[in-house]
Structure formats: structure tokens, C-alpha cells
Ligand binder design. Structure first.
Ligand SMILES: [Zn+2]
Ligand SMILES: [Zn+2]
Length: 342
């Protein structure tokens, strides 16, 4: 193949991006070269942009939610062909540690992500290992295909929470992950999917993608309202999709006895206080959910009936990456998913 000069967006200091120029010379046997067509800004990219991501210090390239066209493949690639429209599971695992050998690659001792290794997808091209590449069915565009990664995060959380038919669930935080979690809970059979947030526009959106009820927790006391709605029992499952002490507390205080809280948000301030006695008095369980493990195929299948295009509020060309990031960071912009296209 002809060498390619590739632009890769990097956050080099808080709130500032620039492009690195990287030369792509040749592919390893198991690699795939993808021409990026759409790349979405993730909530975790915003933690990075603020210089507050607990495991991705600056400078770091960004972009891990993307889709594109396969333009070259290594000679040992068999699962994907030239010209296919694809998305990518952007983790890198060792394949050799105990977790990997058990198939629990999400717990790989050496797990990392493509963007943390300098291969961010706010770029013209990305090179990845072929097993992580999934072809996009016809019902997914490049733009919605780029949203499979966050949908896989939501899928993972909902599967871990084991949401069942007829359950009542609460989702705190109507960012993209919170709303996708709502959509997946509904698809899993939850009868009541309550979404709480401060933003009216986000709550309106949540109703379009799977919420059965919304609560503006700026105006209403969330715990009181959830107890009222559940006849003072509390919900079966709660999801904390913000990453704040107050939301963590809401997630556990609204649970019914033996309920499960799943913590998905990234905690910029990792140490918090909560009512530990609740663990005993209500026998509640608190667990985390991070990333994905065998969730991409489920997310791709589920996406057939989730209106992912509704999440896309802004589209920018790659040249305007700084503006795209500023828009995603700006609360006033009412952005949900900002897409960047080379
Ligand atoms: Zn993401
Ligand atoms: Zn491993």
C-alpha cells in the first residue's frame, strides 16, 4: 500500500486540541486500515478535555466511537473484507492473562484502548486488529454506527444489572449513556423506566428513546418522587450515569430492599460518602459497570430498534475538531452526541 499521512486529534493541554501527523506505512498481517467516516465525542473525551480523566493523562489522542470503510487489510485478515462498512471495539487486550483465557477480556490485566496508545479516531484513518472490527448492517449509517460503542457500554451495564421483565428501574443522568441505558432497559422488558436529570431538553429526549417517566431532579426531590411513584417500595434497579456523590446517594436511597445499583459514571472526585448502613438494612447491592465484554454484537442487534439518530445533535468536519469539542463541553449548546467527519 501507498504510505498515508494521517491527521490524529490530540488533547495537548486542558480544553485544547491539535492534530498530530502520523505516517501509516504498512499493515501487520492481522491489521485493518479504516478510512474514518464518522467519529463521535464521548463523555469520557470531555473528562480528558478537562484534564480530569483518572486513567488518561494529557497529552492523549481522542476518539474511540467511530465507523468507516475498510480500505486495506493485512494478509491474515479473514473476518472482514475490503470496502466493508464497519465499526470497532476500541479496546486492546493481551489474550494471555487469566481473564483473557477465560474469555473475560474486559478484565484483562493489560487492557488498554486504541486512543490511549496514540490511535485516536478523531482522525482520517485508524489501524486496528481485525478481531475488533464489526461490519455494520444496512440499518446503521456511518453516524449511528459510530454510536454502537456507547450503546455497548449501556448494554454491558444493563446486562450486569440483569434487568428483568416487569421491573421498575431508575436512571440518574440523561447523557448519552444514561439515555442508551434507558433504551436498553426498556428493550430488556422493564415496565417502568424512570430517567432523572436537570435538563428539560434531555428529559424530553429521554422520553423519545425509552423512558416511561422523567423527573427533573433540579425541581423535584428525586428520592421523594421515586418513592411516591413506587408506592414507597423503591425501584428494583438503579443506574448512576453521572459520576457524582449526590447521584450515587440517590442511586442507593431509591432502591427497594435487595435492589441493585449499577455505577456507570466516571468519578472525577473518586472519594465519596454514602449511607453504608443501607447495605445492611435493605440488603442492597452496589456494583460497577465499565466498558464491554461480548456486548458489541448485542448492541448492534439491538440498534435495529433504537432510534440512535435522535442522539446526534451536531456534526462538524474534522478540521473543526476544536469547535466540536467546545460545543460538546458547552452546557448551553444542548448537545447530546457531537459527530466529527473527516
Ligand atoms: Zn465512549
Ligand atoms: Zn489479558
Amino acid at each position: 500500500m501507498e504510505p498515508i499521512m494521517n491527521r490524529v486529534g490530540e488533547v495537548y493541554e486542558p480544553f485544547k486540541v491539535h492534530f498530530l501527523t502520523k505516517r501509516i506505512e504498512k499493515l501487520q498481517e492481522d491489521e485493518v486500515l479504516i478510512k474514518v467516516r464518522a467519529s463521535a465525542i464521548c463523555g469520557s473525551d470531555l473528562h480528558i478535555a478537562r484534564g480530569m480523566h483518572p486513567s488518561a493523562p494529557l497529552p492523549v489522542t481522542i476518539g474511540h466511537e467511530f465507523s468507516g470503510d475498510v480500505v486495506a487489510i493485512g494478509k491474515n485478515v479473514h473476518n472482514i473484507g475490503l470496502g466493508e462498512r464497519v465499526t470497532v471495539e476500541p479496546c486492546i487486550v493481551c489474550g494471555e492473562c487469566e481473564a483473557c483465557r477465560h474469555g473475560d477480556y474486559g478484565y484483562c490485566e493489560h487492557i488498554t484502548f486504541t486512543y490511549r496508545n496514540g490511535d485516536g479516531a478523531m482522525a482520517d484513518y485508524v489501524v486496528v486488529k481485525s478481531p475488533y472490527v464489526y461490519s455494520l448492517p444496512d440499518y446503521l449509517s456511518y453516524e449511528t454506527g459510530a454510536l454502537i460503542e456507547p450503546l455497548a457500554v449501556a448494554t454491558h451495564a444493563v446486562r450486569r444489572a440483569d434487568v428483568r421483565l416487569g421491573e421498575q428501574v431508575l436512571i440518574i443522568g440523561a447523557g448519552a449513556i444514561g439515555m442508551m441505558t434507558a433504551a436498553m432497559c426498556r428493550r430488556s422488558g422493564a415496565a417502568e423506566v424512570i430517567v432523572a436529570d436537570f435538563s428539560e431538553s434531555r428529559l424530553e429526549m429521554a422520553l423519545k428513546v425509552g423512558a416511561t417517566r422523567v423527573i427533573n431532579s433540579k425541581k423535584t426531590d428525586l428520592e421523594v418522587e421515586v418513592m411516591r411513584l413506587t408506592e414507597h417500595r423503591g425501584v428494583d434497579k438503579s443506574f448512576e450515569c453521572v459520576g457524582r456523590e449526590s447521584c450515587f446517594n440517590q442511586a442507593i436511597m431509591t432502591l427497594k430492599r435487595n435492589g441493585v445499583a449499577t455505577i456507570v459514571g466516571i468519578y472525577e472526585h473518586p472519594q465519596i460518602q454514602f449511607m453504608a448502613s443501607r447495605l445492611v438494612t435493605h440488603e442492597i447491592k452496589i456494583q460497577g459497570a465499565q466498558g464491554y465484554c461480548w456486548d458489541f454484537p448485542v448492541a448492534i442487534a439491538a440498534a435495529k430498534e433504537i432510534p440512535l439518530e435522535k442522539f446526534i445533535t451536531h456534526i462538524f468536519p474534522l478540521d473543526r475538531l476544536q469547535e466540536a469539542l467546545d460545543t460538546a463541553l458547552d452546557r448551553e449548546s444542548n448537545s447530546i452526541k457531537v459527530i466529527v467527519k473527516p
